[in-house]
Design a protein. Structure first.
Ligand code: OOG
Ligand code: MG
Length: 259
């Protein structure tokens, strides 16, 4: 039976709008291919852009062993961050979210278009204006934050909110593979990693994203901001919880759960 992409996109958007968990799609259909999953994700993005939202940039997810092991999914995924999801003040509105978690992100601010296929890590550094730190607030729309690979792709890779640091560096000012991150939640270190935790090289992850978009007739556009994926596992964000990502070379980023 063929999959109704528009139907499942609306199903997931209802979960976002209603702040309610929904049952995984793969529990309700015989087969959900990765192509179907990305088609649902694209339909969901169209619904959100149709409401006047705009693309802040694409994201990678599940690019580290820490994340793949936490979620039980062993392949990277690609999704979209919307402008409306960027938090200027680091205050995460918990009343608008289901069961949010926080995770540190390496962020590429893109200066020139990157059109795949055939993009290399060097091409990514050439096209990058700056590297900054970030924290992503992910919020799977699925029950118990549990999903298979095609489910999480359809659900726009759990994207919910993001906080972007302000102090960055040029893309070749530091070796991104040894750039360090210490992630702290309420003063406790919950994870540490270097950039190499992201499939060996964060810039290579962004190259994979460019190739993925190229296969869909899209490119990474100048002016977009790209999340390369979390290098440590994600932690629950409760009222009053304060998460801090401290980076070597980059300014720190803080998120507080509000509400
Ligand atoms: C999927 C999103 C993963 C990352 O940085 O690995 C992600 C999830 O874990 O819910 O954004
Ligand atoms: Mg992430």
């Amino acid at each position: 039976m063929s999959i109704d992409h528009a139907h499942w996109a609306q199903y997931l958007l209802d979960g976002v709008d209603g702040r309610t968990e929904v049952q995984a799609i793969t529990k309700q259909v015989d087969e959900l291919t990765l192509d179907d999953a990305y088609a649902i994700q694209a339909a969901l993005l169209e619904l959100q852009l149709g409401r006047g939202d705009r693309i802040f940039g694409p994201k990678l997810g599940l690019t580290s062993a820490a994340k793949q092991e936490q979620m039980g999914v062993d392949e990277p995924v690609y999704g979209w961050v919307l402008e409306s999801s960027v938090l200027a003040d680091g205050q995460a509105p918990l009343a608008e979210l289901i069961h949010p978690r926080v995770e540190p992100e390496l962020v590429f601010v893109i200066g020139e278009d990157l059109a795949g296929p055939g993009i290399t890590a060097d091409d990514v550094l050439d096209a990058t204006a700056s590297i900054v730190g970030g924290i992503e607030i992910i919020d799977s729309r699925y029950e118990a934050f549990s999903f298979t690979l095609p489910d999480v792709i359809a659900d726009n890779t759990s994207a919910a909110r993001v906080v972007i640091g302000s102090e960055g560096i040029g893309p070749r000012e530091a070796d991104l593979t040894t750039l360090g991150c210490v992630f702290e939640v309420d003063g406790q270190v919950t994870g540490t990693a270097t950039g190499a935790a992201l499939l060996g090289d964060p810039a290579a992850c962004v190259a994979m994203l460019a190739d993925h978009l190229g296969r869909h007739g899209q490119k990474i556009e100048a002016g977009w901001t790209v999340l390369a994926g979390a290098a440590t596992d994600a932690r629950p964000l409760a009222p009053g919880t304060k998460a801090v990502a401290r980076y070597s070379h980059l300014g720190p980023v803080t998120v507080t759960g509000r509400g």
